[in-house]
Ligand binder design. Structure first.
Ligand SMILES: Cc1ncc(COP(=O)(O)O)c(C=O)c1O
Length: 404
């Protein structure tokens, strides 16, 4: 009789993990209040402004601007900073599409920086060699919530007079040397898409300390309007990228849980790290660096290395899923190798995007196991359930070998 659930054995995880998103009657009431008020858009209600102020304060930044999603939260600053055709922007090659698509969207050229296959963040040893006279900005991603070494990155940016836009889609509540991610560069972008550690289904936020930049971004997100000027005066090329009051009301409720949830993910992330340290088949990645004073753990990332002899990563992941742990292999290829890039002209003097070697990102794509953030919520019993499921699959690897 098989022990593994993938072959009909009993599932390892008895109590299902905490379902994401987490909400209760107070969230329903908050949205209901907006619905009943009839004040559904930002100019009629106060929820967007209240959330912007609260989240900016949380991060220690002066201005917050809600937008429709995290992609727009990168596009808007790039556009407002005047970055466009002929300019280059450095982005990591192991990240979600939007980090680079935002650069394409403003007509500029993404330059891919390979990632460190242990931290999953941009490899800062490579960064300077990618800078050319055309480089205008760098968009680092605090991948899975592990902060990038921003002092080092910012020093390079200052030396070359480049703007830094932090992509904080994974790092709500992460701190770098005690300071919030999102407060470590000229401007930063957050996503509140459904999978993120803080969500309203869709949504985004831009933070900056620069008042002039904030005002330009505000204008850009609301049809070229300027604060305090007549409704039908349009001062700039712009779009409508405003968030609804329903979403902002939901964000305020969700935000009230963020600190507690971040702490739970942190404790369970540490538990997993400690408990899986001794598994010879797996490698713990994203090691604690002295500067990463708090990690949001948007994903818990394991490396299937060296893996179980004779069992593919995909099979291992299927087996974990069958045990009740939701795991995935993450991005299938470095971003520069996505089909869209075969249609895009590469930076001057570079090989085509498809030919660009990114060995760090290749390793991440081939070997990674992502465990989603909601499974780190709750008490240590949830962390232990993940560890038990992984041990069960490792201990019964023979059953998987027979499937190959
Ligand atoms: C690293 C990163 N940047 C940007 C985004 C874009 O956010 P959104 O989906 O809200 O547009 C995402 C979303 O998955 C992301 O993971």
């Amino acid at each position: 009789m098989a022990k593994l659930a993938i072959l009909g054995g009993e599932k390892s995880v008895g109590n299902p993990f905490i379902k994401w998103p987490v909400f209760d009657q107070s969230d329903i009431r908050a949205v209901d209040e907006v619905l009943n008020s009839g004040n559904w858009f930002r100019y009629d209600g106060k929820n967007n402004e209240t959330f912007e102020t609260a989240y900016a304060q949380y991060c220690g930044v002066k201005y917050g601007l809600t937008v429709t999603n995290g992609t727009a939260a990168i596009e808007i600053p790039l556009a407002v900073l005047g970055i466009g055709p002929g300019d280059e922007v450095i982005v990591p090659s192991y990240t979600f599409y939007s980090t680079a698509s935002a650069v394409l969207f403003v007509g500029a050229t993404p330059v891919f920086c390979d990632v460190d296959p242990v931290s999953y963040n941009m490899n800062l040893d490579l960064l300077e060699s990618l800078i050319t006279p055309r480089t205008k900005a760098i968009v680092p991603v605090h991948f899975a919530g592990l902060p990038v070494d921003m002092d080092r990155l910012n020093a390079i940016a200052v030396r070359h007079e480049l703007t830094v836009i932090e992509d904080c889609a994974h790092s709500h509540g992460s701190t770098y040397k005690g300071k919030m991610t999102g407060s470590l560069s000229c401007v930063s972008a957050f996503s509140f898409q459904a999978s993120k550690n803080l969500t309203s289904g869709e949504g985004g936020l831009i933070l900056t300390d620069d008042e002039a930049l904030y005002q330009k971004m505000f204008t850009r997100h609301t049809c070229g309007r300027q604060i305090g000027k007549p409704w039908y005066e349009h001062h700039a090329v712009a779009s409508n990228i405003r968030l609804t009051e329903m979403q902002a009301a939901l964000l305020l409720r969700q935000f009230s849980r963020l600190e507690e949830q971040t702490e739970q993910r942190l404790q369970n992330g540490l538990l997993l790290e400690k408990s899986l340290q001794g598994c010879p088949e797996l490698m713990i990645t994203q090691k604690q660096e002295p500067w990463s004073t708090r990690r949001a753990w948007h994903l818990f990332i394991l490396r299937y290395h060296p893996g179980i002899e004779g069992v593919s990563r995909e099979r291992f992941i299927q087996a974990l899923n069958a045990e009740g742990v939701s795991a995935s292999g993450g991005y299938p290829m470095p971003l520069n190798r996505q089909p869209v890039f075969s249609t895009i002209r590469p930076p001057q003097g570079s090989p085509s995007y498809g030919e660009l070697e990114q060995p760090g990102a290749d390793t991440c794509c081939a070997k990674t196991i992502w465990i989603a953030q909601n499974q780190l919520l709750g008490g240590p019993e949830y962390g232990r359930a993940i560890v038990d499921a992984i041990h069960k699959v490792l201990e019964n690897a023979d059953e998987l070998r027979n499937m190959e």
